[in-house]
Design a protein around this ligand. Sequence first.
Ligand code: CTP
Ligand code: MG
Length: 230
Amino acid sequence: MPSDVAAIVLAAGSGRRMGGTNKALLPLAGQPLLAHCLAAFQQAPCVGQIVVVMNDMDLDALQKEWNCTPQDLGADVVVAGGAERWQSSQAGCLAADASLDFLLVHDAARALVDSKTIEAVAQACRESGAALAAEPLADTLKKETAGGRVAETISRDHLWRAQTPQGARREDLLKALEQAQGNPTDESSLLEAIGVHPLLVPSPSHNFKITRPADLALADALLAAQKTIS
Ligand code: CTP
Ligand code: MG
């Protein structure tokens, strides 16, 4: 399979729900969190280029706290992000090598992504133009009344939890970003708005987003368990 994908790794957030620290810099199994997903993208044969989106202040902190740069961890290009996630995504997509046919955008905060999932999303992009990693919902869903009681149970049939990577043909994702309205929180919603409906690619639950301190502890425990097993 060709290396026809530019991977855009978003690491320009401020981690408010984590207590106000960029999550990419946090320690996870003895490494900066950013190192984990970069290793998975480096192992995926579809990836021809890795663009990391990270702001100067955090690049300085990475150097100071970990004595490394994103390039040391596998990045080919580093660009600054924007105020909102979609703006960081746009900055990364615009910086990608134009000779690569597909753009795959990934949240650095999904540190436990694996190369198999990355390959599967890339292949789905080749076959259907756009795709995203996602997980079918496992929980029963409740809609609430104004008083906080259950109004009704919602069927979880056909409902999925969106993850990343998410991507599309280069020209489609650039067009979707160019026409962005409001504050879209993923690439799929941008693509849907221009009439491109990405394919859902089943992805493991360990590809969850590290959002709060408990998520970081869970990721650490999963990595420690993996080490014991292998
Ligand atoms: N992100 C980004 N640029 C932004 C906002 C988010 O690159 N302006 C990145 C984050 O670094 C993260 C991913 O998008 O890897 C998913 O966002 P989220 O989990 O919401 O991270 P933060 O925005 O940093 O966290 P919070 O919303 O709690 O502040
Ligand atoms: Mg955020």
